[in-house]
Every structure is written in structure tokens, then in C-alpha cells.
Design a protein around this ligand. Structure first.
Ligand code: MN
Length: 466
């Protein structure tokens, strides 16, 4: 049966419109925070009271925060995979709506669900689904397209294809028509175009890996100086990529392409589509990926509601609090990166792994691992483990790989799901980044299970394909 995403979003909007009051349960990451903001704003505009609840994951303990009352329960960016918990909690089919993009696991009851995956859309995050429902509720809600784009970019929906595709791309077009989004078709595929000094922006980016520039701030600085690019503002501060004149941007891009080609590497991933918000005065909020990072920092430091207020337009108290969290977040990640590089990873046949114990919060280990990977063996995924502060029997696992390995057949989501089915625990994610919670005493076995899976995925391990 071919299901139609838009008509199901309309049906969902019909359900929502009839609700007397709503309890909205959402995830704490950028996609979850944007999903919450989109739906809450759309509901408030109709005069429907909303009570939002943010959870790190939906499990028996957090289900306890979902009230057993007469409110209509909407789950965003979670719920599809935990329908058994909803049923155990005693939620009936007519009081629940799930808007999600994680693999659906029906459990007895047939809860109403709009899940991008069920329509064959692998690149539409929950905030995109929430937006389609909000737009069906009232066409005026197209001002919320910006939040959907932030959520989608935050969930890496634009990563593999170097831009949003399908329904999420159309949502970005809504934002362009509304005037809140500017789409730059061929911008530098780089994080930090609105906040980082240009040489650091280049040095900290590893997709693609540019020899002499990536992970090499001094090399990047010299590279730009040789091109005669003006890197400083008359006041003496560093310019950011966004501020560089277009002719100089072109010069940098073609020099980077040359650099890649001269090292026998492909310039395919040098450019990507960027989603800018010209109306924003605060630099970290001027493009989708940096806005998403601000929201993720709020979520990871247990302040999702601060992110939610920023989504609603707060550029005062909430934004300043988020900035402090971001500074703290970056400092912590820098320490983690240094720790990984100094302690060193253990390399086995198809992956490299490290355990950070209780030194770092489990919510940031994946980011640190991703950053460390470009300075380690780039042909093997990294697996990082941390103790869970609230449960000593559980270990949090994060894995990261890069686009080159994904192209070669690596699929971390599959490897992690298969390994958890053997060892126990739960896991999921994407090809390029995945995570799991596993029993602590089975760490070693888990590592070897994942290693075996990766071996199957890549028939010619450790060989140079270049
Ligand atoms: Mn999501």
C-alpha cells in the first residue's frame, strides 16, 4: 500500500485540531526541540494549551513523567520504536499521535503514527513531519519552516547528499518563499561559517579531508595567506567565512579543489548546500547547522527548555544561557578530544576503540569521537565507551565513521543493531554515526561483535582503495 505523507499529515492535523489540551513528549536533541517548538507554536496559535515534556530517551522511567490524564498525547522524534512502552503505560489508541522518523515497532495496539520512514523518506526528520502537520493545521505556519530545516540539519539529514532532499528540501523552499531562509546552493561544506575564523573553519572540517589543511590550523592559515585572502576585520578580529567577499570565496574553493586533486583525492564533497537565516543578528544562529549545535548543547546539558525558548525567538536571557552552555560544551569536547589523542585508541582489525570511564558525560562522547577520527586511522571506525552516571551496570557506546568508509559499505547502524541483538542492550542511529546502551560486563564481547559485523560489511579490510 502506498501511503501519502501529506494526506496523513493532514489527517494528523485533524486529530490535533480537535484536542482540548495536549501533552507533547519530545526528544532533547535539536530535532526534538524543533519538533516541540513547531507543534507547540502551532497549537498555541489555535488556542490549544500544550504541556511539553522533554526526555533523553523513552524508557520505563521517563514514561512515568507522562501524565495519565485526559490530554491528547503527542510524541515527537520518539515513540515509534517504543510503542510497547506506550501500551504498558495504558495509553489508548485514540489519545496518542506519534510523529517520528525512527524505525517503527508496533506492539499490539495500532497507534496513529506519521513516520517519514514508512513513506520511504529516509531524509526527513521528526521536525519535518511536525512541520507538515503544523502547515496542514494552518498555512500561515510556514514561518516555522526555518525550525524544521534546523531540526533536519541537526539530525544530519543533509549530510550524505550535501543538502536536504525530497520533502525536507521542499520545506526549505517554503522558508525561502516566506523570506526567513536563504539557500546557498554551492557553499563550502564546512561547519562554523558564521562563527569560526576562516582558517579554523577549514582546519576543523574533515569532509572532505584536505591534506595540509584539515586538522592543521597553521597549515590552513598559510594556505589562505598564500591565496592573498584578507582574513581580518579592520578592528583586528578574525573574519568568518560568511563575511568573505564572493570572489575570494571562489578563489579559496578552487584552491582547495586543486589541493585535493593534486593528492589524488576527489573534490566531490567540497561543496554543500547551506541554509542561512539573514534575519538573525546573533552569529551562532545565522545558519542551520550552527543553530542546531546551539540547541544540541542545550539538550546535552539538560536544558532543552532553554533551546525551546530560543526557537520561540528569545535572543535575551535564554540565548545568553545557551551561549554559556556552548562555551562549556566546546571546552569539554576539547578536553575529551585531547584525552582520546593522549591516551590513544586500541586498534583491532576493523575498528579502533577507547573507554573514557566516568571522566566525560556520556552525552558528548560521540561528538569527541567524531572529531578524533580525523586525527586517527581514517580507515577504521571509532568506538567510544563511557560509564553512565545514573546506572553503573550500563555502558554507553558511540561510534563514528566518515563518508569515505560509508561509501565503501560501512553501516554503523546495522553493525550496532546486530551486535546489540547478540549481546543485549539497545542501539540505533545512522550509517555514519550510531550508539547503544549495553550491559557493562559485556563490553569486550560487544566490541568483537561489532568488529565482526564491520568485517562482513567491508570485504577488503585495511586495503588502500585510493
Ligand atoms: Mn530526530
Amino acid at each position: 500500500m502506498i501511503m501519502d505523507l501529506l494526506s496523513d499529515a493532514e489527517a494528523a492535523a485533524g486529530l490535533v485540531a480537535e484536542a482540548g489540551e495536549v501533552t507533547l513528549v519530545s526528544h532533547i536533541d535539536a530535532d526534538g526541540i524543533c519538533s516541540e517548538a513547531i507543534l507547540s507554536l502551532a497549537l498555541e496559535r489555535r488556542g490549544i494549551p500544550v504541556h511539553p515534556i522533554f526526555v533523553r530517551q523513552l524508557e520505563p522511567m521517563t514514561m512515568g513523567t507522562v501524565p495519565k490524564d485526559r490530554s491528547f498525547k503527542i510524541f515527537t522524534d520518539l515513540g515509534s520504536g517504543q510503542q510497547n512502552l506506550l501500551a504498558e503505560h495504558g495509553l489508548s489508541e485514540d489519545e496518542v499521535l506519534i510523529l517520528d522518523h525512527h524505525v517503527s515497532q508496533p506492539a499490539g495496539k495500532s497507534y496513529r503514527e506519521v513516520n517519514a520512514l514508512n513513506y520511504g523518506h529516509g531524509k526527513l526528520a521528526a521536525s519535518g513531519v511536525a512541520y507538515l502537520v503544523a502547515r496542514a493545521l494552518d498555512p500561515k505556519n510556514t514561518d516555522l519552516a526555518k525550525l524544521a530545516v534546523i531540526g533536519n540539519v541537526g539530525d544530519m539529514m543533509a549530510r550524505t547528499d550535501l543538502g536536504l532532499i525530497g520533502p525536507s528540501r521542499e520545506i526549505a523552499e517554503d522558508g525561502v518563499r516566506h523570506g526567513s531562509i536563504e539557500v546557498v546552493k554551492k557553499d563550502l561544506n564546512c561547519f562554523g561559517i558564521s562563527t569560526r575564523p576562516v582558517h579554523l573553519c577549514l582546519a576543523y572540517s574533515d569532509d572532505p579531508f584536505v591534506p595540509g589543511v584539515t586538522s592543521n590550523p597553521n597549515g590552513a592559515l598559510q594556505f589562505l595567506q598564500r591565496l592573498g585572502v584578507n582574513l581580518k576585520h579592520p578592528s583586528g578580529r578574525w573574519l568568518v567565512w560568511e563575511e568573505i567577499p564572493i570572489e575570494e570565496k571562489r578563489r579559496v574553493i578552487s584552491a582547495l579543489a586543486q589541493q585535493l586533486l593534486s593528492h589524488g583525492r576527489s573534490p566531490d564533497r567540497l561543496l554543500a548546500e547551506a541554509y542561512l537565516f539573514p534575519g538573525e543578528t546573533q552569529r551562532p544562529l545565522r545558519n542551520a547547522s550552527e543553530f542546531a549545535t546551539v540547541l544540541n548543547a542545550c539538550g546535552r546539558w539538560a536544558k532543552p527548555t532553554v533551546g525551546a525558548r530560543i526557537c520561540r525567538g528569545d535572543r535575551g536571557i535564554a540565548f545568553r544561557e545557551a551561549e554559556r552552555m556552548l562555551t562549556h560544551h566546546r571546552g569539554m569536547i576539547r578536553d575529551l578530544l585531547q584525552f582520546i589523542l593522549e591516551k590513544g585508541v586500541t586498534e583491532i582489525s576493523h575498528l579502533q576503540h577507547i573507554h573514557v570511564g566516568d571522566r566525560f558525560p556520556d552525552t558528548i562522547i560521540g561528538i569527541g569521537a567524531g572529531m578524533a577520527l580525523s586525527r586517527l586511522n581514517r580507515r577504521k571506525p571509532i568506538l567510544i565507551m563511557a560509564e553512565m552516571s545514573d546506572d553503573p551496570l550500563i555502558t554507553k557506546v558511540s561510534m563514528r565513521t566518515n563518508e569515505e568508509m560509508v561509501k565503501g559499505g560501512t553501516d554503523l547502524q546495522q553493525a550496532i543493531v546486530d551486535a546489540t541483538s547478540e549481546v543485549g542492550g539497545s542501539g540505533g542511529g545512522h550509517r555514519i554515526a550510531a550508539g547503544a546502551y549495553i550491559p557493562r560486563e559485556l563490553e569486550e564481547r560487544f566490541i568483537h561483535c561489532v568488529n565482526r559485523r564491520l568485517e562482513c560489511q567491508n570485504a577488503r579490510p585495511g586495503q588502500d582503495h585510493r
